[in-house]
Write a protein that binds this ligand. Structure first.
Ligand code: PEP
Ligand code: MG
Length: 548
């Protein structure tokens, strides 16, 4: 049996399936309790115990996972949610049913808000399951335990599961839900484990069944023959050897230099990126610093953060993006109006322009940090859709002391007008995540349209080619900083289309570095031409692969 989904990463794994237990059944609607007071006490206690357990898991996991788990613990103790649960019990519901209904109502509301908020609905659903499991006296659904390595098959993974995943045991992740930006995909990329998400038939995989999960193609082969297993094992060994090879600057086999840079959201991650061979930063997502801020950060606050980042990359290029607020990353102090379609709304540079004081403060903080450090600072604007916006941003940045100012190309209109944009911008960087979302008209966070969110799509590649041509004609740098740059085969195609640097999650650097060394610029261009001529993303992938 062969199944397909969206592969995350380049790696392959072989092992037996272990399935994540299915979610608990819905607590019956008509069930009653013996007395409201006792039921409320029992339920409050379960909520508190789950909050304590999540905090404890967070303490054990540390790092980013700790924040996620502590945020979940807060959900279990949220006063308005607890009040809602108590009211439902008073009205006659059992504790289980009251928790189910109250959390579900809240989840529906979050989904309605869309974007980053909608992604948190899964986290809330996971908290409800844990509380209901405790009330019913059954084990909370979670990652199965095993003494031997396995391939984990699940509907999707909640953060509480991913945080404590034993990476020595989990060979690969396969999920039926979830798109390329789900927790599963993010975790897999960060930890370099193969994952295949959005696999329609994943439920057919049986406990203990041997599978080969190939993230480079998104294919799962169940009950493979000995030859297929041997071939997969050979690839696993090759990869191991490659990861142990010395780190060299990014280049093609013919010596053409392609800088390999890191995508970062926090100065704390800089040291890890340098260790993995990042030659600088291609995208620093400043909005990640302020996702929880209620008011705009001060110049001083920002300057300190930027200085920490720039110090870690002394003498190297660091591309910082002005706040990209809105849609999947709303900031309370910038996105204060309700919008039906926030991805098409006042986001990125549009909202910064509407609050120019905040943009001015950010550029000032960056210029001051630049003056106090030795890195080569470049600053760019997000969500630019026409040349006039590039003129506006670059002029303002220069006025405030930024030496190198450019823009992101994430909207098809700006890709098509790249030549005019490059009349004012010193450089461009293509954000393939949004460029794909807008080209294919498919919400990048929505699992149901995840199949459209594929940067291999020839329509996306044509836009990249347009930007590549404009960059070459102007003699200016064309970076790629979307997830596409982290896909080694696609990275080669992007270079063939004119990309001069690639920026990605640091864990992907080794794979991309190794793949670039296997081709010359002419070969990369030939693969790009083959992909461009294809009618679909799958055909583009296959056309490029046929030239390997
Ligand atoms: C992109 O859109 O590709 C990008 C790099 O920006 P972000 O993912 O932060 O929107
Ligand atoms: Mg973007």
């Amino acid at each position: 049996m062969r199944l397909t989904g969206i592969g995350v990463g380049r790696t392959v794994a072989v092992g037996p399936v272990k399935r994540m237990p299915d979610p608990l059944p819905e607590p019956p609607e008509g069930a009653t309790h013996a007395g409201a007071d006792a039921e409320i006490a029992r339920t409050r206690s379960a909520l508190q115990q789950v909050a304590a357990e999540l905090n404890e898991r967070g303490r054990r996991a540390g790092g980013e996972a700790r924040n996620v788990l502590e945020a979940q613990a807060l959900m279990a103790e949220d006063p308005s949610l607890v009040d809602d649960v108590v009211a439902r019990i008073t009205a006659g519901r059992t504790g289980e049913r009251a928790v189910f209904e109250a959390f579900l109502e809240f989840q529906v509301m979050l989904v309605g808000l869309g974007g980053y908020m909608a992604e948190r609905a899964t986290d809330l659903g996971d908290v409800a399951q844990r509380v209901i499991a405790r009330l019913t006296g059954v084990r909370a659904p979670g990652v199965p335990e095993s003494d031997t390595p396995f391939v984990l098959v699940a509907r999707d993974l909640a953060p509480a599961d991913t945080a404590l995943l034993d990476l020595d045991k989990v060979l690969a992740l396969i999920t039926s839900d979830g798109g390329p930006t789900s927790h599963t995909a993010i975790l897999a990329r960060a930890k370099s484990i193969p994952a295949i998400v959005g696999v329609g038939g994943a439920q057919q995989l049986a406990e203990g069944q041997l599978v080969i999960a190939d993230a480079s193609t998104g294919e799962i082969e169940a009950d493979p023959d000995d030859a297929a297993v041997a071939d997969a094992q050979r690839r696993i060994e090759e990869r191991r050897a490659m990861l142990n090879a010395p780190i060299t600057p990014g280049a093609l086999g013919d010596g053409t230099r392609i800088a390999l840079l890191a995508n970062l959201g926090n100065a704390k991650d800089a040291a890890g990126a340098v260790e993995l061979g990042a030659e600088g930063v291609g995208l620093f997502r400043t909005e990640f610093l302020f996702l929880d801020s209620r008011s705009a950060p001060t110049v001083q606050e920002q300057r300190d953060q930027y200085i920490a980042l720039l110090k870690a990359f002394s003498g190297k290029k660091v591309v910082v993006r002005a706040l990209d607020a809105g849609a999947d990353k709303p900031l309370a102090f910038l996105n204060d109006t309700e919008e039906e379609n926030p991805a098409l709304g006042l986001r990125g540079l549009r909202v910064l322009r509407a609050h120019e004081d905040i943009l001015r403060e950010q550029l000032t903080a960056l210029a001051e940090a630049d003056a106090a450090t030795e890195a080569d600072l470049w600053v760019m604007a997000p969500m630019v859709s026409e040349p006039e916006e590039s003129e506006y941003f670059t002029a303002l940045a220069r006025e405030l002391g930024i030496a190198t100012a450019g823009v992101m190309v994430e909207v098809p209109s700006s890709a098509l007008l790249a030549a005019q944009i490059l009349e004012s911008a010193d450089f461009v960087s293509i954000g393939t995540n949004d460029l794909t979302q807008y080209t294919l008209a498919a919400d990048r966070l929505l699992g149901t349209v995840a199949n459209f969110q594929d940067p291999w799509h020839p329509a996306v590649l044509r836009l990249v080619a347009e930007v590549g041509r404009a960059g070459a004609a102007a003699g200016k740098s064309v970076g790629i900083c979307g997830e596409a740059a982290a896909d080694p085969q696609l990275a080669v195609v992007l270079v063939g289309l004119g990309a001069t640097s690639l920026s990605m999650t640091p864990a992907a650097l080794a794979d991309v570095r190794a793949e670039l060394l296997t081709v010359t610029l002419d070969e990369a261009r030939a693969r790009a031409a083959a992909a461009l001529a294809a009618p679909s993303a799958a055909a583009a992938r296959a056309a490029a692969a046929s030239l390997v």
